[in-house]
Design a protein around this ligand. Structure first.
Ligand SMILES: [Zn+2]
Ligand SMILES: [Zn+2]
Length: 338
């Protein structure tokens, strides 16, 4: 079996790997229908998050179940399934309150850029679609494995309600799907922060009503102006840098909600600033498993089309070009088909 392996900065290879097999009775083996490159894959790809040895890549996946372990009861061979980037039992106290990405038995999925994948805790992790989907639904279903679920969590954690004024910081795939999620939840006004014309266009298609191109203090000033000096009800921070986090907190109204779903790199919050900001903060690795049933229904009924974030589709053996295109910002997100 072939799969993607990262050897070092900007060195991804498509190489022979061991075929995954059932290792525990709770495992499932799935044949990947589609996988993709994540914005977070770019941190190790760029060498910002160093790796100790050649590392298999990929955590977003959907596909057909080939085999299940003897203890698996709800998932069956032949089903089309989607799972989160964190496997979870869906029964422990953390899962029961909807934080499956903090499952007491969570296992990170890290080998999905391949043709076959082993998924631990199959009953808790995987959700089957009503039937095997037609090909045009696959890209949207794939986004539910991470980016769409993460954008949805960003909007949910930022308390987006019908009529809310929402700011989305970050125009990557997650930010764009945060826009779509806020729209779906009934936001009245959605201000997207973006400097890139192609991303602005998609943000508008997904429901953005205003675009702010400035960053930092200028960006905050423009946002304050757009919200009559009050700030937004809900701010979705979808980047993970010091600048984006401070921008998010400064843009919220008093008593507003800030969610943060970009993996933080070097973010430090000043206690005094935080104290006087008077905001609700809620974020972390998105519990996308919580939202899978609801989001599968929305995609299945063609009410949302999050698959539009994929602006590049490549055969899986061109995975290295998929990373390059995203690294050089030629692509928002790369879909890979085995
Ligand atoms: Zn991801
Ligand atoms: Zn759990």
């Amino acid at each position: 079996m072939l799969g993607a392996i990262l050897y070092g900065p900007r060195d991804v290879r498509f190489e022979e790997r061991d075929v995954p097999r059932i290792m525990k009775p709770t495992d499932a083996i799935i044949r990947i229908s589609a996988t993709c490159v994540c914005g977070s894959d770019l941190w190790p790809y760029r060498g910002i998050q160093p790796i100790a040895q050649p590392t298999p890549m990929g955590h977003e996946y959907c596909g057909i179940v080939e085999e299940v372990g003897s203890a698996v009861t709800s998932i069956k061979p032949g089903q089309f399934v989607i799972g989160s980037f964190f496997a979870s039992d869906n029964t422990c106290p953390n899962c029961q309150v909807g934080y499956q990405s903090s499952c007491q038995h969570a296992e990170f999925i890290s080998t999905a850029q391949a043709s076959v994948l082993r998924v631990p805790l199959a009953d808790g992790t995987l959700v089957a679609t009503p039937a095997v989907p037609s090909d045009d639904l696959i890209s949207s279903l794939l986004t539910l494995s991470d980016v769409m679920g993460t954008g949805w969590f960003a909007a949910d954690a930022a308390n987006v309600k019908p009529g809310s004024t929402v700011v989305v910081v970050g125009d990557g795939a997650v930010g764009l799907l945060g826009v779509l999620s806020a729209k779906q939840m009934g936001a009245g006004r959605i201000i997207a922060m973006s400097r890139h014309p192609s991303r602005q266009k998609l943000a508008r298609e997904f429901g953005a009503t205003d675009i702010v191109t400035e960053r930092g203090d200028e960006g905050v000033a423009h946002l304050k102006e757009l919200t009559n000096g009050v700030g937004a009800d809900s701010v979705l921070e979808c980047v993970g840098t010091q600048e984006s986090m401070m921008q998010a907190i400064s843009t919220s109204r008093k008593g507003g909600y800030v969610s943060y779903v970009g993996v933080p790199h070097g973010v430090e919050l000043n206690g005094e600033q935080l104290f006087f900001a008077h905001v609700h903060l809620h974020g972390g690795p998105a519990p996308v498993r919580r939202y899978l049933p609801e989001l599968i229904k929305l995609v299945w009924n063609r009410e949302i089309n999050p698959g539009k974030v994929f602006d590049l589709t490549l055969p899986l053996d061109h995975v290295a070009e998929g990373y390059r295109a995203m690294d050089e910002r030629r692509a928002i997100k790369t879909l890979l088909r085995p």
